[in-house]
Design a protein around this ligand. Structure first.
Ligand code: E4P
Length: 217
């Protein structure tokens, strides 16, 4: 499973990238707003840093303006994936941009039917939001399973990009189901390293290091 990092914070991307943990980046208008940066400027900086796909989201609601925005975003770098919402206008924009050879990430997906439409419209990525479904007591992971089944049934090449990931468990659950990509905030990716038994075991080893005066350097 590929790891995308869900942030527009350059330092956080750099830290994970140095460890080979960044196969791509996703942003959205809220993350851009949080960064306090200009969308075109920060997106270009991210694209220069990372080889994999960098999702940048349109902000218009109608298809014509979305398409114009998408084309402008696509010019930033070759690794841009234009992110469009899962609306009829978003699907129209997806179809045109995909035919023009631009990667498209269809976002705000909350049902298997929406995912089916995105695949038919030629999306490179579909982004089902599992955390936001969990928030309203609907099993987000079940949606990932359903989309996996449907895409495999018909050989759709659209990649399942599990989004709105809130915990380290979400990451391993998505990997078990066979999501192609998972995008998560930097703290969730770093949190995957944590285990209480690792901490406990290390504390025991350190106590013995102290007691025996073990030195290596
Ligand atoms: C992904 O592309 C989305 O930007 C993101 O995962 C949304 O996550 P949230 O529901 O935690 O805001």
């Amino acid at each position: 499973m590929k790891f995308f990092v869900d942030t527009a914070e350059i330092d956080a991307i750099k830290e994970l990238h140095a460890l080979g943990m960044v196969d791509g980046v996703t942003t959205n208008p809220s993350l851009i707003a949080k960064s306090g940066r200009d969308i075109l400027e920060v997106t270009k900086e991210i694209c220069d840093l990372v080889d994999g796909p960098v999702s940048a989201e349109v902000v218009a609601l109608d298809a014509d303006t979305m398409l114009a925005e998408g084309r402008k975003l696509a010019k930033i770098a070759d690794n841009i994936a234009v992110k469009v919402p899962l609306t009829w206008a978003g699907l129209q924009t997806c179809k045109t941009l995909s035919e023009e050879g631009t990667m498209v990430n269809v976002t705000l997906c909350f049902s298997a039917n929406q995912a089916l439409l995105a695949a038919k419209a030629g999306a490179t990525f579909i982004s089902p939001f599992i955390g936001r479904l969990d928030d309203i007591n609907i099993d987000g992971l079940e949606l990932i399973e359903d989309i996996r089944t449907i895409y495999d049934n018909y050989g759709f090449e659209t990649q399942i990009l599990a989004a709105s990931i809130r915990s380290a468990n979400h990451m391993s659950d998505c990997a078990k189901i066979g999501a192609d990509v998972a995008t998560a905030p930097p703290n969730v990716i770093k949190g995957m390293a944590n285990h209480v038994l690792t901490d406990k075991g290390l504390a025991g080893f350190m106590a013995d290091v102290e007691k025996a005066g073990i030195k290596i350097l």
